[in-house]
Ligand binder design. Sequence first.
Ligand code: SAH
Ligand code: F3S
Length: 452
Amino acid sequence: MPSVYIKTYGCQMNERDSEAVAAQLLAKGYTLAPAEAGADVILLNTCSVRDAAEQKAIGKMQNIVAETRRARPGVVLGFLGCMAQSRGRQLIDQLPDVDLVLGTQKFHRAAEYLDDLLAGRRESVVDVGTEPGSEATIREHLAAGNTAAKSVSAFVSIMQGCNQHCTFCIVPFTRGEERSRTIPDILAECRELIDRGVREITLLGQIVTSYGKRELPAREGRSGFVQLLDAVHELPGLERIRFTSPHPKGYGDDLVEAYGRLPKLVPSAHIPLQSGSDRLLKLMHRGYTRERYLGIVEKLRRVRPDMGLTTDIIVGFPGETEADFADTLSLAREVEFDNAYIFKYSPRRDTPAADLPDQLPREVKEERNARLLALINEIGDRHYQRFVGRQTSILVEGPSRKNAARLMGRTPCNKIVVFDGSPRHLGQLMDVRVTRAGSFTLYGDPAIIALD
Ligand code: SAH
Ligand code: F3S
């Protein structure tokens, strides 16, 4: 049976898409290869958010071609996902050894196309069309034996696409219009996962707070997204609910109030900020102001004082002045983010910001990136130190990434805790006492020593 190796670039949505493709291929009789060496099919699931991410995948494919094509001419090579969607056939023009280019609405057709390519029925396949109903096709999960760990925690895709059209962002072009799955369909997938031992579910989408905006009218003041949270919360056996990524404009009172009402909804949120300058937020078409963002944070912390907050920030947006950047620094200081992902602005094709005047030189972006990173690290250190000596509950996911002899779990506010545990802790919710804080990691001891 042919073996497949899939390498994933980019966000959690991409990780999830790759998992679903892998599970679909397994069901069709393919096997999963642990590395590209020896695999019959090599697929790169790509990211287009910044040019660097695209160049990385293209460079990787060039290496793969150089290493495998001559030695094993029958190997099938493919690009999947965002870059496949936005560049299409052009990728094969540039890299003629590539056999398959599969867009973001076509993941479920991977097996059919690979069968054809492997059997020699087709020379190459480019499929980047739109497909009605594709939002409901990312549903298969790998069984525990096929994944490294993570079987207590699973991701469920609830929607595809984004209509916000932030002026810097390529995602609305690569992922298409917002399309939501139905609540019963999502619940059925969640139930299956819980039956397999999953205790924590992360609801995924490019802009999850817009879930069901067209399909589900507000009920008793609750948006479609909050109605979904309510429904998932009802599922017996589920311990924790997370979601990513929301948009600040989706934090109405119904969502803030849900944090007080739904105990399974963990006190943790990743709320992309992008900039602390009102002038830039407007140029970015973000739809909120600095005050509104701060207001959301304040309300959330009033409901859940232990709220863990992370964010995305762009530095070097066209025309960003030193004063604009100072607004971002001061907002980061005011909010005290647990952590932030900082992105240097990268002009993307077909996006309005790419045509704005005053594109900033690389040095300015680098320098602001370094200053913001230093601040985020300083705030993060202070924040993590506060946990030392405290007891907290964690859901144990598996071996620590840095030291497989130790285990790791996550606090409700999404911080990683590494500790010496035993296999019986895997998948358990347990209490630990935090003994030390490192760089964005906590170290702990089981709080209660079992007397067995
Ligand atoms: N809502 C999606 C956003 C995807 S892009 C999600 O959270 O998954 C993820 C982040 O990449 C954005 O929040 C933004 O900070 C950053 N980003 C998007 N376009 C960018 C660009 N052109 N240059 C630099 N960073 C960008
Ligand atoms: Fe991109 Fe803005 Fe949507 S960042 S994914 S257009 S909310």
